[in-house]
Write a protein that binds this ligand. Structure first.
Ligand code: ADP
Ligand code: MG
Length: 301
């Protein structure tokens, strides 16, 4: 990402074509036919109203019989999984089990060869672009944080909020006191209130990870996907991340993939063990850890 440009404009598009502060700007441009949504700017999708998420049956995510093949190799093999609204689900499994591929399917990065993926009762994820899925309320934290190093922590959250297409405003408009309050509350939540003015590039590794989580939170996702969020963190940062995730559950639903079993033990409610692209075991951590098939998969490597 080009850090010298306002990020919402880095792909050449204008920050908010629907809400023009001046009628003569921007100059009319013909829409490119079948313009692909850039995956680097997932916030531009707009077709699914996030308010439309239907969780009346208590399920926020429903994967049914999902298969994904790469050159004949089944990375996901009839994977079925249901995440309850407000749940904090941990997903573990050996390398190559298909954990990241599962997140790729949920976020639309990879299309399944078979099976269905629903967000709430009605939103068919297999029919949406990555941008539309992000807009519908699924936030994903990548292993490498995608923060703006040359902006302060506060500005990073501000930029994340302004990149949210649901907020109809321009990039250059002043913040309302309500918006400032939201940013301050999020900084507080991610433990960066005292570092609000600090350049993001100067934050510790763990703080950068929290900042990226804060940027996701500014878009008020219903479901957060976190792939190995504590990799590289100090023990103290790991503990604080556990507290953060536990505090986010309920308000948000979380799917956390992690190898750090001490971390998993500190946050785990229900745990899903993936192996060879499908669910090997599911339940309380002590139950799955004592499951002979799980022990074999981990020890048999
Ligand atoms: P995990 O995250 O559980 O370690 P992944 O989902 O990354 O596992 O990978 C599952 C399997 O699919 C691995 O064997 C991996 O090599 C393979 N795989 C993942 N993505 C691709 C891809 N784009 N092309 C080919 N093989 C892939
Ligand atoms: Mg992975």
């Amino acid at each position: 990402m080009n850090l010298k440009e306002p990020p919402a404009m880095s792909d050449g598009r204008l920050p908010d074509p629907d809400h023009r502060p001046w009628p003569w700007w921007p100059p009319a441009r013909p829409a490119p036919a079948e313009a692909p949504q850039p995956s680097s700017d997932a916030s531009y999708g707009r077709q699914v109203d996030p308010g439309a998420l239907d969780v009346r049956h208590g399920v926020v995510l429903y994967l049914d019989n999902i298969s994904v093949s790469f050159d004949g190799f089944k990375a996901l093999n009839a994977l079925s999984l249901a995440i309850d609204a407000g749940e904090l689900r941990c997903v573990i499994g050996p390398n190559g089990a298909g954990k990241t591929t599962m997140m790729d399917v949920i976020t639309g990065k990879t299309r399944p060869d078979a099976g269905s993926a629903f967000f709430g009762q009605t939103i068919d994820l297999t029919r949406l672009s990555e941008a539309e899925i992000a807009h519908a309320g699924i936030g994903r934290k990548f292993q490498k944080p995608t923060i703006f190093e040359h902006h302060s922590a506060f500005e990073n959250l501000e930029l994340a909020m302004k990149a949210d297409k649901r907020v109809r405003r321009t990039l250059f408009a002043r913040l309302s006191s309500e918006e400032e309050g939201r940013i301050a509350a999020t900084l507080d939540r991610i433990g960066l209130a005292a570092s609000a003015g600090r350049l993001a590039g100067l934050l510790s590794h763990g703080q950068k990870q929290w900042l990226e989580i804060g940027m996701l939170l500014m878009q008020e996702p219903k479901l957060l996907l976190l792939d190995e969020p504590v990799a590289g963190m100090s023990d103290e940062e790991t503990e604080r991340t556990a507290e953060l995730f536990v505090s986010l559950a309920g308000e948000h639903s979380l799917v956390v993939v992690e190898h750090d079993m001490a971390f998993i033990a500190s946050i785990a409610r229900k745990v899903t063990v993936l192996h060879e692209g499908s669910v090997l075991a599911e339940g309380a951590l002590d139950v799955v850890q004592n499951d002979p098939r799980v022990i074999e998969v981990y020890l048999g490597r």
